[in-house]
Design a protein around this ligand. Structure first.
Ligand code: IFM
Length: 442
């Protein structure tokens, strides 16, 4: 029988991605903790609580990542722990992060450090958060402290995670704090985050000239539900607003619709690499009755496999499409997040193989994808969805902190160790994919 295998480059970075508030536990000094105190804000009245207890015991999960053969791990540092009041730095918190990064290095794992992942110190959100008139300066001041303290252990920095999601969910959809429904504010917040990203880019390079600085951008596929002009128009609008305008600002140095018009001074080429967070796609339909939803209705393809908790379609081709699009930037790309919610691990092994196969396709076109960070290592606090969505390769009982690896953990470990998706792995973990992935010529 013919045997083919999908190989990845030997220096490919295999990792998992996490974020401080979702894993550390007891992050009581940020706006999310305050938001969680109102049970109506989070599904099932959940709260982050002890999360995965990383503030005390991250190293036990680092051991698990190392045992899986991973060579990189994306984590974020928590602004509210580090700068406990305006200008007041908690050096003990920075020491704990130093200890964590040293721990990763000792295990042969390169840290990718995100400086902002959805959470703001309470003192900042009480002063308007990202609408604060001096937010760029405040963010850079904090970033400088972090890079000075942690630069010994990494050169790989992500300034801000998903500015588009932060602004849409917090200021347009009202699902994240501060729970607003104001398009004007959402656009102002996004602009502020992109400006702050550019300033942080410069700050990091001034402290650490050899730094590699990027931004994690959430890209979603938006396709017209029907081949009709108005469905195409709403899909294009959504794509522009959610996917493109961020890239135009931080790469082309232009504010484009709906963020504004004209030069984005100082934002051009403020990326050494771009991070792609990819999860799913939407089919969009024009609906003249849906004025509040910008005349758009979201559907799923009738044949699509749907993810748990209404998270969207399983649509691995979207990863390839997004990578092709990012290739135009001509800089290295990391897939900084990708995964699915799947408590029973019924779909994850197949989804993992299919997404990595799409990444492999991109590599065949010489698209410079340097690494892949699976979201995520252990189940963690999924923001407005609380603990109802389980993204972990490892299941977590958040009451007892007991961890149980899911089959996908072994699959991912085998792929990472061998830099290959082999037919035997497919046979074990997702035999139904054999005919589609390994079509034998007759
Ligand atoms: O858990 C989140 C993460 O914080 C940001 N990107 C999407 C993930 C899954 O929803």
């Amino acid at each position: 029988m013919l045997e083919a295998a999908f190989h990845f480059p030997p220096d490919f970075r295999w990792g998992v991605a996490t974020a401080a508030h979702q894993v550390e536990g007891n992050n009581t000094n940020n706006q999310w903790w305050a938001w969680e105190q109102n049970p109506g804000n989070i599904r099932a009245g959940h709260a982050s609580g002890l999360a995965c207890d990383w503030w005390q015991h991250a190293e036990a999960d680092f051991d698990r990542a190392a045992a899986m053969g991973l060579n990189t791990l994306r984590l974020s540092v928590e602004w509210s722990r580090i700068e406990v009041a305006p200008g007041k730095i908690d050096t003990a918190a920075l020491d704990r992060y130093r200890e964590m990064l040293r721990g990763l290095r000792e295990r042969g794992i390169e840290p990718l450090v995100t400086l902002h992942h959805f959470t703001d110190p309470l003192w900042l959100s009480e002063q308007g958060g990202w609408l604060h008139p001096h937010i760029t300066r405040l963010f850079s001041r904090y970033v400088e402290q972090v890079v000075r303290a942690l630069g010994e252990f990494t050169t790989l920095w992500c300034t801000i995670n998903e500015p588009n999601v932060y602004s849409v969910m917090g200021y347009l959809r009202g699902r994240f704090p501060p729970g607003e429904h104001d398009q004007g504010k959402a656009l102002r917040v996004l602009r502020a985050m992109l400006k702050a990203h550019a300033a942080a880019y410069r700050t990091i390079h001034s402290v650490q000239p050899q730094a590699q600085v990027g931004l994690a951008h959430n890209m979603r596929c938006f396709d017209p539900a029907r081949p009709r002009m108005l469905d195409r128009a709403v899909s294009r609008w959504q794509d522009r607003a959610f996917n493109q305008t961020t890239l135009d600002a931080v790469w082309r140095g232009k504010w484009t619709f709906p963020l504004g018009w004209g030069w984005a001074r100082g934002l051009r080429h403020t990326l050494d690499w771009i991070g792609l967070n990819y999860y799913t796609r939407d089919l969009l339909m024009f609906d003249r009755h849906a004025a509040r939803e910008r005349y758009t209705r979201t559907l799923h393809a009738p044949e699509a496999e749907l993810l748990e908790g209404d998270y969207g379609e399983l649509y691995p081709q979207g990863l390839y499409r997004a990578l092709r699009r990012l290739d135009r930037l001509g800089i290295p790309i990391y897939v900084t997040e990708n995964g699915i919610p799947d408590a029973d691990d019924a779909l994850r092994p197949r989804a993992l193989i299919l997404h990595l196969h799409q990444l492999w396709r991109a590599l065949q076109w010489n698209i410079p994808v340097r690494g892949y960070y699976h979201w995520t290592l252990t189940d963690n606090f999924e923001w407005a969805e609380g603990w109802t969505l389980r993204f972990g390769l490892i299941a977590l009982d958040e009451q007892t902190q007991e961890r149980t690896p899911r089959p996908s953990a072994n699959l991912y470990a085998a792929i990472a160790r061998g830099d290959v998706i082999s037919p035997s792995l497919v046979d074990v973990y997702a035999p139904e994919l054999r005919p589609t992935l390994y079509l034998e010529p007759s």
